[in-house]
Design a protein around this ligand. Structure first.
Ligand code: DI6
Ligand code: FE
Length: 406
């Protein structure tokens, strides 16, 4: 494959430091799927040999976006519950009518692998149209072996069907299925038993859980995480979303990749995350949809130097959203991140949240050429516009794969 030279564009390298790591009037060379050179166009090395040129027409090139926390494989949707609530039904009434996570579990169990794939592909394609080149996808709407496996298989199939890197996360400990009512410890044992064969099949890249009074206790999460770590799998946690359960502190202490949500995170949790380099994954769409009022402690996380990632949380209950750009906007408007922080949160820090920081997340020589080219005049526009389809081109593994599907 001939080398590709992207020129007549500006680079937002997102390397550490301020101002997006911007290089105006830049150029970037792709060789063998990797970034081989980047800098000011005026400094292009001589004797590049035969290259295929792409004229960026003055746009901005960023690392491809990384959506590091999604539940995008699921059956059905919950639009009916949204409507019921707005017509006055309470959460309890909806739950009694079989609603909430349980309704998604029922729909996901009922869907065939092909149906689940097609429904999820539409959501994935929406992410790609907004510049995503890496996406994390969780299981967690199966809550039984066969359906957790089906979800993870579909996630892998999505990665094969499209030019995007998929990281799978095993989230069987998302909710207690009705079959295990009153037996949460037994259910954690089951999650641990399912882990081995699913990992052996190559279906699991990381392990997650929902640590909450509604979900699982710290002790239960710790048991599951130790089993994951014995198999060499990294861990991450839904922590401190609705109350302070100390989940972030646990995850940090175990050397986990990230703690996610964090509205109720306390000082101790922040200190532990800072000490262990655990990434804080912020999910402003879920905050918005739940009409939360308690903000995650952004200023304290910033002061402690904790890396903050931003993600869609794409799921049918609390974030029916497949727009990473909307998540960037809400990270700014609701959580008061600067646009530079938000964009680092969906590139550099999101890569770290997936343990992929040596491979993707910044424009750096040697990293994979996963890139997004935007029709914008300044990087802050990626956080500013609501809609508008600013993506122009996407590269995955050095291949130009267009703004849309494929
Ligand atoms: N926290 C969330 O926001 C989602 N899961 C979780 O642990 C909600 C999932 C759902 O309601 O379907
Ligand atoms: Fe989530």
């Amino acid at each position: 494959m001939a080398d590709t030279l992207l020129r007549h564009l500006h680079l937002a390298t997102l390397e550490a430091g301020s101002d997006y790591g911007a290089i105006r009037d830049g150029a970037l060379l792709i060789r063998d799927g990797r970034i081989a050179w980047l800098g000011h166009e005026a400094d292009l090395p001589a004797g590049l040999g035969e290259v295929e040129e792409v004229d960026g027409d003055g746009g901005w090139l960023t690392p491809g976006l990384i959506d590091c926390h999604t539940h995008l494989v699921y059956g059905g949707d919950r639009a009916n519950e949204f409507e019921m609530r707005l017509n006055g039904a309470s959460y309890e009434e909806i739950a009694r009518a079989g609603g909430g996570i349980r309704s998604t579990v029922a729909a996901t169990r009922a869907a065939s692998e092909a149906e689940l794939f097609m429904a999820s592909l539409r959501r994935l394609d929406a992410l790609l149209r907004e510049g995503v080149t890496t996406v994390e996808i969780k299981s967690g709407y199966g809550l039984d072996y066969a359906t957790e496996r089906k979800m993870l298989r579909v996630a892998r199939q999505l990665g094969e069907a499209r030019n995007v890197a998929v990281r799978t996360t095993y989230l069987a400990a998302h909710a207690l299925p009705a079959e295990y009512a009153g037996r949460a410890d037994d259910y954690i044992d089951a999650c641990m038993a399912w882990l081995a064969p699913l990992a052996d099949e190559g279906l699991i890249d990381a392990v997650d859980a929902f640590c909450e009074t509604l979900g699982f206790s710290r002790d239960q999460v710790e048991r599951l995480f130790r089993a994951a770590q014995q198999r060499g799998l990294p861990v991450k946690l839904h922590a401190e979303q609705l109350s302070d359960s100390g989940g972030a502190e646990l995850t940090a202490r175990l050397g986990g990749l990230s703690a996610d949500h964090l509205e109720w995170l306390d000082e101790q949790g922040i200190a532990a995350m800072a000490a262990h380099g655990t990434v804080a994954v912020l999910l402003p769409i879920a905050f918005y949809c739940l009409r939360e009022t308690k903000l995650p402690p952004i200023e304290a996380l910033r002061a402690a130097g904790v890396a903050m990632a931003v993600s869609t949380d794409c799921n049918p209950g609390t974030a029916p959203c497949s727009s990473p750009l909307l998540a960037l906007n809400m990270a700014c408007t609701l959580f008061r991140l600067t646009p530079a922080e938000a964009l680092a949160g969906m590139t550099r820090h999101a890569a770290k949240a997936l343990g992929m920081q040596d491979e993707v997340g910044t424009l750096t020589v040697g990293k994979r050429a996963d890139l997004a080219l935007w029709r914008i005049e300044r990087p802050a526009e990626l956080c500013y516009w609501l809609g508008g389809e600013p993506l122009w081109q996407r590269w995955s593994n050095g291949r130009m794969v267009g703004p849309a599907s494929r």
